[in-house]
Each structure stands twice: as C-alpha cells, then as structure tokens.
Design a protein around this ligand. Sequence first.
Ligand SMILES: C[S@@+](CC[C@H](N)C(=O)[O-])C[C@H]1O[C@@H](n2cnc3c(N)ncnc32)[C@H](O)[C@@H]1O
Length: 274
Amino acid sequence: VKAAKEHFIPEDLNKVLENKVMETVSDLYHVKVSVVEMTCLGDADSEGIVSKSVSSHSDLIPGVYEGGLKIWECTFDLMDYFSEAKIEFSNKTVLDLGCGAGLLGIVALKGKAERVHFQDYNSTVIEEITLPNVVANCINEGSSRKASKPPAKRPKKGEGSPDALTKCRFFSGEWSEVSQLLSSSNKLFSKYDIILTSETIYNPDYYSALHDTLAQLLDKNGHVYLASKVHYFGVGGGIYLFEKLIEERNVFRTSIVKTIDQGLQRCIMEMAFK
Ligand SMILES: C[S@@+](CC[C@H](N)C(=O)[O-])C[C@H]1O[C@@H](n2cnc3c(N)ncnc32)[C@H](O)[C@@H]1O
C-alpha cells in the first residue's frame, strides 16, 4: 500500500501554475491534462503513472494508478445534485475523498466551506492536477471575470483571494494510511461534516478500507455524498455490493437520493451514522 503524505502549497503560487494550461470545466478552472502528460515525463512524475497509464492504455492500474488524472462522469452528477438539493457548504469542514481533479472540493470551497481537504491515491495527481486546479480557482476568485467572456488560457497570477487557499490541505496515499495520518495528526484534527466521494467504489478489494476510513473521519452528525456507477463492468464493483458491505458492518444508514439513467446507470447515495 502507498504510504500517506501531506503535500504543502508552495509559497510561490506561480510555481504551481508553471507549464500549466488551463481550461474551464463546469465554470471551474481545470488544467489541460494532455499538457500535463507531455510535461510530466521527467521528475514531475516520480510515480511514473503518466507513462504507465499511457503505455497500458488504462485508466486504472490497481495499486499503482487509481484514475485521478481524468475527470470521471459521476463528478458532474454530484455537482448537479449539490445545486438541485441545495447542499450547504458554508462553515462546513469538507473532505474530497479520491479527489482527482478536486472539482467537488473546489465547489465546496466556493460555497464558503470553513475547511476543505483533498485526498488522492497518487502524489503525481495531487501535485500536477489537484493543487494547480485549487490554486487557479482561488487566485481568480474575486477578479471580475464576466461570465460572457471566454476564460483566460492562463489565469491571472497573483491576484484574487488566496485566502481560500489557507483553508485547504492536500494528502496522497492509500485510504487506511491517510485516515491514520489524519487521525493521529497533532494539529487538532477535527472530523468532517461532509465527505464527498465520486467513482471510488469500482474495486471491491478496497471496500473495507473505504468503509473504515469514512467511519473514522466522518463527524457523528456528518454526511457522506457518494456518486457512483451502479455497476463497474470489468472491475466488479458497484453500488449494491458496497451497500451490502455497509449493511454487514451496521455502522451507517444509506439512502439512494438520485438515480441517473442516461447511458450507464449511475446514482448518488447519502450516508450517515445509524
Ligand atoms: C476513478 S478515480 C475518481 C476521481 C474523481 N473523484 C472523479 O470523479 O473524477 C478514483 C479516485 O479514488 C482514489 N482511490 C481509489 N482507490 C483508492 C485507495 N485504495 N486508496 C486511496 N485512494 C484511492 C483515486 O486516487 C482516485 O482519486
């Protein structure tokens, strides 16, 4: 298993955005991944996941690369659900678990969350995708970009409210390891009011670690919003299998709050302690 590590935001924010080209996705800044793939073949990817995923034509290499370089479709389902259900992030402590691009956490941050933490299995994803995305969205907050204007290819540097950045922390590593690091951290760790997690139940081998991490990190009155395909063909996971484990463990109650039927069937599950 991959050990847990905290990634700190460099003082010079320009460093984070060096060599990055930004696009917008659902009104949020997002690094152009093809550019990351081109610039990431040397030291920047000490895990070697970019070349491994390209050469194996695979979005998932169990235990090596867990999919965080691309944005998976359930992220958009969950973002839609936030607006439909008017989920409130203001003053909440939030964890984007298995964050990849980190768009869910960024939405929470824009919703005035008090604290947002991001976790991905892969350190390269955190360094090359998540951190640049969060920085780009934070420093451009407050600049008066009209909605009708096309987005700048590169966000203006050094302006806006990096204040929001002080609310963020970034972690890589396997779930049990990260959970242990967070809970044993002497920096007055507090549990999360909201845990957001999208497309993280594709592999049944990880269910136990995921369940225990949620149980360990969620506040007693907190809520998990989990977005998933109903079934992951080829990998074997899916919502019913994960629900079965949750029932056996008897810690959480669950409800399916939305199903999406276009294309592959998907759903959103809410979880809270019994
Ligand atoms: C398929 S990606 C989804 C990324 C993102 N949430 C999205 O919707 O675009 C799965 C995410 O879960 C994380 N993940 C999967 N298995 C993990 C494990 N066993 N330990 C830690 N993180 C894991 C990966 O790093 C990745 O961020």
